[in-house]
Design a protein around this ligand. Structure first.
Ligand code: FAD
Ligand code: NAG
Ligand code: NAG
Ligand code: NAG
Length: 484
């Protein structure tokens, strides 16, 4: 009883500053339907923490009012848009205020400029539906339920990276609420330092309330997802490697290779995702992929909206994601797969089949992606420093209960360390880390290189001199924690 009362007082204190600022109808305490809806809507159970209250602004002006009130009252807070980031404490906060931007979900195509603007609460499917009316696509999420904001602030790996760079390279303007509550538009010419820092720099600089992106003429893409049995693992590695090498001559094509323990199949399988941006079938770069024997295959001409719908992944599990980047080297990939098999064998006796899943993903990252980013004006991710073709590796795990995840996670971490160590002996650990696939313990911002770290530190000092986004908003990867 005493504890309940104390907790209640904390709730009131956090909410009072927001209420005093005129946001009483936007603040929700635990056990209200709105608070529960916010909690429910996180993609990963791991991310479902318990904030003291949730504030759900309905406009940029309300974001500004909320931020000013929280800073004045020295309240800790988290910023979340659609809550797709899998880890704990990145997009949510225990014992602080969660600013939920999911109601800022307006999407608008501008015919004069052929650009699309959207709020941070939008998901890629909404954006695809809107631009499709005008025969266009954008370089957005492969998984359509994914939120636009965290995706773009972390760079955004997408089907079009070999021609358009990261998704953030396609952003033309950011409307951002700074720590002092002021609202600025950052683009190539105005606040160009902030503009650049937002391209991969995460939540270090402000709350983005509107993004404007360029669009691409495209009626139909060709693509889909296929499953093959585990006996084709080495063919899949060969495919990933050859495809990465060929991308510079066929940049409109895209491939992703996943080797994982699939809960529904209760076995390891190979999953491949393919896409061709002009909707062309039987493009030669896919010859080897065509030959891979398949159990299921959805590849055909379709829309971005369709492929974004079919790649949706189940939510409400415990999830942990880790990443690393290696040279395009079949030997390293083979070692990663061998260690993955060992990991699965170790987990099988510990967790009932179907209650856990793994995804060891190899994403082609040809040197040309860095060139595309540079051509588009640049970002802070620093990938252009890597001049060899690379493979972006993801190791994702899921489990049904927190207890099961506690068994999985240490083995997953050990896998990452072992693969990195093996890659290093082969001169193939490239050291670069992709924010959207990283665990919060991974040193993402330092991996962008000293020049980008220096720029992000300068932008943080200029636009947030009190370090609000470093101390009051602790979630995510913080530039103040990186030493030069
Ligand atoms: C099934 C699945 C598939 C995915 N596929 C891909 C993929 O193909 N490519 C890829 O790049 N990523 C992918 N991701 C990762 C995903 O892009 C990130 O998790 C992204 O952060 C989700 O965006 P969100 O808006 O939901 O962010 P949230 O989870 O709401 O927030 C993530 C981070 O961004 C910050 N943030 C969010 N909104 C704002 C804002 N408006 N202003 C300032 N900071 C903000 C938060 O504080 C937090 O640190 C995938 C994730 C899932 C679960
Ligand atoms: C569309 O873009 C044009 C050119 O920048 C601009 O003048 C106009 O206001 C925009 N329309 C909307 C609805 O934002
Ligand atoms: C919109 O188009 C006009 C005219 O071409 C241009 O001057 C302006 O910069 C564009 N705005 C954006 C946001 O692209
Ligand atoms: C990629 O597609 C674009 C247009 O969709 C086209 O102009 C370009 O020539 C293509 N590139 C190659 C190498 O085929």
């Amino acid at each position: 009883m005493a504890d309940f009362t104390r907790k209640d007082v904390v709730v009131v204190q956090a909410a009072v500053c927001l209420r005093d600022a005129g946001l009483q109808s936007r603040v929700f305490a635990p056990s209200t339907p709105e608070y529960d809806a916010c909690k429910e809507s996180y993609w990963s159970r791991t991310a479902k923490l318990t904030p003291t209250c949730v504030v759900r602004p309905r406009s940029t002006a309300e974001v500004s009012v909320a931020l000013k009130a929280l800073v004045r009252a020295n309240e800790k807070f988290a910023v979340r848009s659609t809550g797709h980031a899998p880890g704990a404490g990145v997009n949510n906060i225990d014992g602080g205020v969660t600013m939920d931007l999911s109601l800022l979900d307006n999407v608008q195509y501008n015919e004069t400029n052929e650009t699309v603007s959207f709020g941070p609460g939008a998901r890629w499917l909404r954006v695809y539906r809107e631009v499709q009316k005008h025969g266009r696509i954008v370089a957005g999420g492969r998984e359509g339920q994914n939120g636009v904001a965290g995706f773009l602030l972390g760079g955004g790996n997408n089907w079009l990276t070999s021609t358009k760079g990261w998704a953030c390279d396609n952003v033309i303007t950011y409307e951002t609420v700074l720590a002092d509550g002021s609202i600025v538009i950052a683009d190539q010419d105005t606040h160009s330092d902030l503009f650049r820092a937002l391209k991969g720099g995460g939540n270090n600089f402000g709350v983005v309330t509107k993004f404007t992106m360029s669009t691409i003429v495209c009626e139909r893409i060709w693509g889909g997802v296929a499953t093959s049995s585990k006996e084709y693992v080495s063919d899949a590695i060969q495919l990933a490697s050859d495809f990465t090498e060929s991308l510079s001559s066929h940049p409109n094509s895209s491939l992703i290779v996943l080797i994982g323990y699939i809960p529904d199949m209760k076995d390891i399988a190979v999953v491949t995702g393919v896409m061709e941006t002009r909707g062309m079938e039987k493009v030669p770069i896919f010859n080897e992929w065509e030959k891979l024997p398949k159990i299921t295959n959805t590849a055909k001409p379709k829309t971005m909206l369709e492929i974004g719908t079919e790649t949706t992944q189940p939510c409400d599990r415990y999830n942990t994601w880790f990443t690393l980047t290696i040279k395009n080297d079949k030997g390293i990939m083979a070692k990663a797969v061998e260690l993955h098999e060992k990991l699965v064998e170790e987990l099988k006796p510990l967790i009932p089949a179907g209650d856990f899943g793994t995804q060891c993903v190899f994403g082609p990252l040809p040197a040309l992606v860095g060139t595309c980013s540079a051509a588009a004006g640049g970002n802070v991710m620093g990938l252009e420093r890597i001049t060899s073709d690379a493979i972006l590796v993801q190791m994702n795990t899921m489990a049904k209960t927190a207890e099961q995840m506690a068994l999985v996670q240490p083995k997953q971490r050990a896998w990452v360390e072992a693969v990195r160590a093996h890659a290093a002996t082969a001169g193939g650990d490239l050291g670069w880390l992709f924010m959207n696939y990283a665990d919060s313990s991974q040193d993402v911002l330092a991996s962008y290189g000293p020049e980008n770290v220096k720029l992000m530190k300068e932008v943080s000092a200029k636009y947030d001199p009190q370090g609000v986004f470093q101390t009051l908003c602790p979630g995510g990867w913080k530039i103040s924690e990186v030493s030069l």
